[in-house]
Design a binder for this molecule. Structure first.
Ligand code: ATP
Ligand code: MG
Length: 387
């Protein structure tokens, strides 16, 4: 008898032409998530992925970060033999404090001589005889023992761990994630990954005003996202000269908008190199002056590619809760120097006009600034943090 992991994936998303691609990608992503756990075997049948030859306790937490999986169960597999099935059922109940139980059988292999109700009855009666502390409750049992009779054997399990849902990373295209060290942008990145996007991260730093702490934070955030995404490329752009050029030649009330527009242009250039078709930010409506509808509109027109803002309508508390559940929050709240707060005016414009902004940019040699800044951009490939 062997223990393996059975993972279920969503069927709604499986309709139509994408189904095969979805499944193959999901299997590959499962393999990648378990790559360092030995010679793991990953196979798939309709709606299910089986993971064999693996330490289930180590595998399950990894699988809860593979987008596309709906739930995961440790499963015992044995021959299609009622004696073996009885023994395993008993062993699973005997491990626990007695309470109420229910057997839920499913005969997927119709050549098995007993149908599902017969399996339920036989196993239930056997348990009641052997373990007098237990009683049956078909409506609200403390424990459900699931028995599936499949052509490959009998599968028995009692627990399911929820998966993260979503679509397999890689299914819906690549985006450039503008990743600060704050709370919002890592959550935005996670949401893009959840809907199947692949991400390349881009961080702007302002040496010497920002120090190693900022970089360390961003690296740690990317490593955490890599637990969901597999290896992630991080570009680190030196943004100081652009900021200085803006501050020295443009109206102070527009500096933040102009900096954001330069960020969009740089992100577009990197998207070109990386084959990405969208930009992703943690912007959120109404949070700060640069996040009014007017500001967002003027920032967005600097980008050629669509700017995706997954958090646009979230409340701050909702973002914080999500950051906590995905694990980015403790990293995001470490102190750091934010490149954007360095040159921030006391009265930023909240309803900038496109015309005004374009006029202010006339004093900048945008192409030269972009080229110089891109030449200084560093590129790192980061893998998940594992001890
Ligand atoms: P965050 O918590 O993600 O920093 P925020 O609410 O603090 O977001 P801003 O600082 O105004 O908002 O930044 C808006 C968005 O611009 C960020 O969510 C991020 O996508 C991008 N951004 C800001 N600063 C940087 C940076 N230093 N490097 C990369 N992207 C940045
Ligand atoms: Mg910020």
């Amino acid at each position: 008898m062997a223990q393996l992991v059975m993972a279920r994936y969503g069927e709604i998303a499986l309709k139509g032409r994408n189904r095969h691609r979805f499944e193959q990608l999901l299997v590959n992503n499962v393999r990648r998530a378990l790559h360092d756990l030995g010679r793991v075997s990953v196979t798939r049948t309709y709606g299910r992925i089986f993971i064999e030859n693996v330490d289930t306790a180590a595998a399950i937490p990894r699988l809860t970060r593979v987008f596309g999986l709906v739930s995961v169960s440790p499963v015992w597999v044995m021959p299609q033999d009622m004696d073996a099935i009885r023994a395993q059922t008993l062993a699973m109940l005997a491990q626990r404090r007695p309470g109420t139980f229910k057997i839920q059988a499913r005969r997927a292999d119709k050549s098995f001589p007993h149908d599902s109700p017969a399996i339920n009855r036989q196993l239930g009666a056997y348990v009641l005889d052997e373990l007098p502390g237990w009683s049956v409750d078909v409506h609200h049992p403390d424990l459900v023992i699931y028995v599936e009779i499949r052509p490959e054997g009998a599968f028995i399990f009692s627990t399911s761990v929820p998966g993260p849902g979503g679509l397999p990373v890689g299914m819906t295209g690549r985006g450039i994630l503008l990743l600060s060290g704050g709370i919002d942008s890592p959550v935005a990145g996670w949401m893009a990954l959840k809907r199947g996007m692949e991400l390349t991260a881009l961080h702007f730093e302002s040496p010497p005003y920002t120090g190693p702490r900022s970089r360390e934070k961003v690296v740690d955030l990317v490593r955490l996202l890599a637990e969901y995404a597999g290896p992630v490329t991080l570009y680190i752009n030196h943004f100081t000269r652009i900021q200085q050029a803006i501050v020295s030649s443009c109206p102070p009330s527009l500096t933040v908008i102009l900096m954001r527009r330069m960020m969009m242009r740089l992100a577009d250039c990197i998207a070109e190199d990386e084959g990405a078709s969208a930009l992703v930010t943690g912007e959120n409506l109404g949070q700060v002056a640069s996040q009014t509808l007017e500001s967002l509109a003027v920032i967005g027109t600097a980008a050629v590619r669509p700017v995706l803002r997954p958090l646009i309508f979230f409340d701050k508390m909702e973002i914080v809760e999500r950051a906590q559940s995905i694990g980015t929050y403790p990293i995001s709240v470490r102190p750091y120097e934010d490149c954007c707060t360095l040159f921030v005016p006391s009265h930023p414009a909240t309803s900038p006009r496109e015309r005004q902004v374009v006029a202010a940019e006339a004093g900048l040699d945008i192409e030269a600034l972009l080229a110089a800044s891109l030449a200084q951009t560093e590129r790192l490939v980061l893998t998940e943090a594992r001890d």
